[in-house]
Design a protein around this ligand. Structure first.
Ligand code: ZN
Length: 136
């Protein structure tokens, strides 16, 4: 018959640190974030669509590619980077990019190439890379 005490125990405030903004706050036992805003922010950061990469070295340099595909923006998103490498048609660059991102992911970008001839070249070079990787 002490439901009031139980209720107040459930409402007891604990000292917590918000994993999103690192601020200390007081919250109920199950509270994780200091605010709804921080909870949303954490959810957004976990989502696939938003995957920020902050690089200090351009990926084309890191992978030792022949051209600076990401010269305009070193924080270019992966799919745009892959597309530019494919459009470049350089087999070594495609191979290195496939080694970094995975053959499958690079292959999935091929249909996104707008120009038909460029697409054909990229497809051929990609097939050659696959053959080398698969050892046939
Ligand atoms: Zn917070």
């Amino acid at each position: 018959m002490n439901s009031g005490a139980q209720l107040s125990a459930q409402r007891r405030q604990y000292d917590k640190v918000c994993p999103s903004c690192s601020h200390a706050f007081q919250g109920v036992k199950i509270a994780k974030y200091c605010s709804n805003r921080c909870r949303q922010k954490a959810k957004y950061n976990r989502s696939k669509a938003h995957n920020p990469i902050v690089r200090e070295l351009a990926l084309s340099k890191e992978l030792g590619l022949s051209s600076p595909y990401d010269w305009s923006n070193i924080n270019i998103d992966a799919d745009t980077f892959i597309l530019r490498v494919l459009e470049g048609g350089n087999i070594k660059d495609i191979a290195r990019t496939a080694n970094h991102f995975g053959l499958e992911r690079v292959g999935r970008s091929i249909p996104n190439i707008a120009d038909t001839l460029t697409l054909k070249i990229a497809q051929r070079q990609y097939n050659n890379v696959c053959q080398v990787v698969n050892g046939s």
